[in-house]
Design a binder for this molecule. Structure first.
Ligand code: ATP
Ligand code: MG
Length: 394
C-alpha cells in the first residue's frame, strides 16, 4: 500500500468514526493495483459536504456544488467527494444535476470504466461491482453498463477510453469500442480544452500508436479540430514508431507530418486551444525538423531553437535515428554561446569606448555580433567583437 494512501488513512478513519462510509476511489486505486505510480488520492464518502466540513478544521470548497470538498492535512490536500448520481446530460457533456446519495454502489455505477469503478476501504478491502479487477487482469477497458448510454451521457468518455488504452497499454472491449464508433460525432459537443487534455495524454502514453489508430478506426479523428482532412498523414504517424515525452513533441510530430507552415501551425494549434508558449516551441521544433529532413541545419537555427527544442526535434525523428540525433545534439552543445548575454562585450562597453553612440545602432550591432559568433565567423573575445563592430558600422 503506497505512502500516499497511508498518509490519507487518518482522514478515512475520522469520517468512519463519525458513522459514515469512506473509500479511496478512482485512478489511484486503479494505478496501485497495476503497480503504477499514483498522483492524486481521491476519496468518496457517504457523508454530505456539510457533514464532511464539520469534521475537519481546514477545508476548501473546491467543487462543493458537485459534492467535492478539499481537506487540508499536514501540507497535503485530499479531495473528498460525496457519493452521487447524475442525471440530465442533455448536451452530451456533464450532468445537468447531481444528487448526493448514501450508497457506494450508486456512486460506482456512474463512473466511466470498470477499472475506474473500484473502491478501496481503510482495511484494504476492494469493492468491485463491475468486474474491474478481472478487466484489469485481462488488460481491458470496458464501459460500466451500456456503452451507448454512457457515451451519450458524456462524450468525453470516448476520448478517455482511448487515452487509457494508450497509457495502460490495454485493449478497448468490443462493445465499448463499437459504442465509440457509433457515437464518435458526439465528441463535437465537448469543449476542445477537454479533448485536448485527453488527446495529449493519449499521445504521451506507451501505446500511443494504438491510441491514434483507434481514433482513426472509430472515426473520432473526424470530430476533433482539423484532423478530419488528414487521414493519410495520421495513418503515417501510426506507422512510425515514436516515444514522445512532452506536448511540444506531440504537436510538432503532427505539424511536420501535415507539412504545415508557421502560419498553419498557429492556426491549427489555436483551434486546439493550445497555450502560446507551446505554439512557439512547436513552430521552432517543426521548423528544425523540416531542416533536418532537408539536410540544412546550421548553428544559427540550432541556437534559435534552444536545446529543449533540439531534443524535441530529435525525438520526433522516430526511434531508429540514434547517430544522427547524437550528432545534432553535439552540434548544439558545441555552440560558442547559447544566449546573447554570453557575448564578451555589451552595448554599454561599445558606447563607453566611443565606438557606438546610444541609439538603434547598438541593438543592430549586437544582433549582428550574436549571429556572427554563433556561426563561428568571429570568436567571442572583446578584441574580435570590437574589430567586427568597427567593420559593421563602417
Ligand atoms: P488520472 O490518473 O489521469 O487522474 P483518473 O481515472 O483518476 O485518471 P480523473 O479524471 O482524475 O481520472 O477522475 C477520477 C475518477 O472519476 C475516474 O477514475 C472515474 O471513476 C471518475 N470519472 C472521471 N471522469 C469521468 C467521466 N467523464 N465519466 C465518468 N466517470 C468519470
Ligand atoms: Mg485522477
Amino acid at each position: 500500500i503506497p505512502n500516499e494512501f497511508k498518509e490519507a488513512l487518518p482522514i478515512l478513519r475520522k469520517i468512519e468514526r463519525a458513522g459514515y462510509e469512506a473509500y479511496f476511489v478512482g485512478g489511484s486505486v486503479r494505478d496501485t493495483i497495476l503497480h503504477r505510480p499514483i498522483h492524486d488520492v481521491d476519496i468518496a464518502t457517504s457523508a454530505y459536504p456539510s457533514e464532511v466540513k464539520s469534521l475537519f478544521r481546514r477545508t476548501v470548497d473546491t467543487g462543493i456544488e458537485h459534492g467535492t470538498v478539499m481537506i487540508l492535512d499536514h501540507g497535503n490536500g485530499y479531495e473528498v467527494t460525496t457519493f452521487r448520481t447524475e442525471s440530465g446530460y442533455q448536451d452530451y457533456r456533464r450532468p445537468d444535476k447531481v444528487f448526493f446519495v448514501r450508497s457506494l454502489k450508486e456512486d460506482l455505477k456512474r463512473r466511466d470504466f470498470t477499472i475506474n469503478a473500484l473502491a478501496l476501504s481503510e482495511s484494504g478491502e476492494v469493492t468491485d461491482l463491475f468486474g474491474g479487477l478481472a478487466d484489469m487482469k485481462q488488460h481491458i477497458i470496458r464501459a460500466v453498463g451500456d456503452p451507448n448510454e454512457r457515451f451519450n451521457e458524456d462524450a468525453l468518455r470516448m476520448m478517455r477510453a482511448v487515452r487509457f488504452a494508450s497509457q495502460l497499454d490495454f485493449k478497448i472491449e468490443q462493445a465499448t469500442l463499437a459504442g465509440i464508433a457509433r457515437h464518435s460525432q458526439l465528441l463535437e459537443k465537448i469543449a476542445v480544452e477537454r479533448s485536448h487534455t485527453e488527446f495529449v495524454k493519449m499521445m504521451l502514453g506507451v501505446d500511443a500508436e494504438n491510441g491514434l489508430n483507434i481514433m482513426l478506426q472509430t472515426k473520432l479523428y473526424q470530430h476533433v479540430p482539423v484532423f478530419g482532412d488528414h487521414f493519410k498523414e495520421l495513418q503515417q504517424i501510426v506507422d512510425t514508431k515514436f516515444d514522445l515525452v512532452n506536448e511540444t513533441q506531440v504537436w510538432s510530430l503532427i505539424c511536420y507530418q501535415f507539412g504545415f507552415s508557421r502560419q498553419q501551425i498557429t492556426h491549427f494549434l489555436k483551434r486546439w486551444k493550445t497555450a502560446n508558449k507551446i505554439i512557439n516551441d512547436v513552430i521552432l521544433t517543426t521548423d528544425l525538423r523540416f531542416r533536418i529532413a532537408a539536410n540544412r541545419v546550421d548553428n544559427w537555427l540550432l541556437y534559435q531553437a534552444g536545446r529543449q527544442n533540439v531534443v524535441n526535434a530529435i525525438t520526433i525523428l522516430g526511434k531508429p535515428n540514434h547517430t544522427e540525433s547524437q550528432e545534432l545534439l553535439q552540434k548544439y552543445d558545441n555552440l560558442t554561446i547559447t544566449n546573447k548575454k554570453q557575448l564578451k562585450i555589451t552595448g554599454g562597453d561599445l558606447i563607453k569606448r566611443g565606438i557606438l553612440k546610444p541609439g538603434p545602432t547598438v541593438g543592430q550591432t549586437l544582433n549582428y555580433l550574436e549571429r556572427a559568433v554563433v556561426s563561428n565567423q568571429i570568436g567571442n573575445t572583446p578584441q574580435e567583437l570590437i574589430k567586427a563592430t568597427l567593420n559593421f558600422i563602417k
